[in-house]
Design a protein around this ligand. Sequence first.
Ligand code: HEC
Ligand code: HEC
Length: 459
Amino acid sequence: MLAGCDQGGSEKGGVRKAEVGYVPASPQRQGDPRKGYEALLNRSVVTCGLPYAAYVEMRGSEADPGPQFPGRVGRNAELPYMLTSRIAPSGVEIVTSNCLACHAATIEGQLVMGLGNAFLDMTVDPLIGVETAGAFVKDSPAAAEWRRWADRVAAIADYMMTDTVGVNSGRNLTLAPMAHRDPETLAWSDTPLIEPPPKVPLPLSVPPWWNMGKKHALFYNGEGRGDHVRYMILASAICTDSLEEVAEIDAWFVDVRAYLASLRPPKYPFAIDRGLADQGYAVFQDICKGCHGSYGEEARYPNRVVSLGKVKTDPEVARRGFSDADRFLEWLGRSFYGELSRAAPALGYVAPPLDGVWATAPYLHNGSVPTLAALLDSRLRPDFWRFDREGDDQPAYDESRVGWAYRALDEGKSGAMSWDERNRIYDTGLTGYANQGHTFGDDLTDPERSALLEYLKTL
Ligand code: HEC
Ligand code: HEC
């Protein structure tokens, strides 16, 4: 019976749910990573957006686009990296958002491809920005483009707002539009066709892309099986209205997937005590390798989903993916997206590869643990905390604790003096935000833990 509990697999309504344990590889369509990089930077995966003329009026033509990736060409070279220009079928140039709003970020002044953005503010109603932009839209074909975009954002806005700056509601970006589409034709319906996801999104930390070459399944609960491309392009579901449109995106995304699978993590930019790291290697081999694999010349990654009963981290994301989502899995199965891919949510979490883990704070699927030091010793985890930063500046990088500088607080959100302060507090008492579990480092001695921390910097 106990073993049965730990398995967490079942079959219901024709939807196959996953056992915990080993995730087998699925065949992937081969693509060209170099072409994938160019396409990721210059082609629109989301096909609706703000007319360019209105964008310029709103932002001013001299606005600094900020840091840029090499290889952005034409108009894109003038736009911030998370925006892409596209000529809509109406002939109107529009500015669309791309994957990099969530999947790129700067660390130590370096813009890093694939690093999850830990500071994105999703507490704001996205419709406010859309409506503000609308005031700058003038002529009629542009107004029609703006309207299409505004209607789509309006349909999903209520599902996107998080309680806390930095946590991500990216799952609902996919699930909310699914509820509005006919799975077979992808035709949009203003009223939902199936029950939409719960309005309050569960908090997620955006995982780094550079692990995609190792991971057999996408997502924290190991749900994304089969062809990875079909799953990735679901992130564009807000505007992809027809089978022709999705097939076109699918064709060039084969190269994007190949590029993501070729990504490597950034190297730790500060000094590493090699002697200490060598001692940490021994500790890692002893207690961490079974789930997280080995690195360097002997690299091997076990691709394992660990049951909730074993990892004991916040269960909400896995539970919701497993039990509430049957309708979404069925939708997927009937759609173009599900022709090659398959959803298999497990009651557990994937033990991720730890390559470049120094850069991916805050830790765990919900970003509840601010540093690696606190991940390795659960007694150090703050119940209430916020990043230590002025306004929207990035916090300093904390080399000793490995992660972004933070301040532990005496009270959670209820103690906040303003709305802004409230939104910046990570409160582990909220549903989905708990920092429990993964106590595998707790029984180590302090010297063992420091050695292990040093070793983790080398990955
Ligand atoms: C609004 C933010 C957001 C946007 C935009 C976004 N993602 Fe994600 N992405 C996430 C979050 C959050 C997760 C984690 C979801 C989970 O595991 O349940 C994720 C997970 C992934 C993963 C799986 C990583 C892993 O280790 O399992 C891939 C691959 C991915 N996204 C690719 C893309 C691509 C390609 C695009 C653009 C088409 C995109 N994403 C757009 C937020 C976003
Ligand atoms: C029984 C399997 C298991 C063992 C043993 C284990 N882990 Fe994990 N680890 C996991 C799982 C599963 C997760 C994902 C949990 C989640 O996100 O809720 C995880 C997450 C992590 C993360 C967070 C990664 C991120 O980017 O958020 C780090 C770091 C980590 N483990 C390090 C270690 C170290 C170091 C050890 C050895 C002391 C260790 N783990 C032992 C299963 C394990």
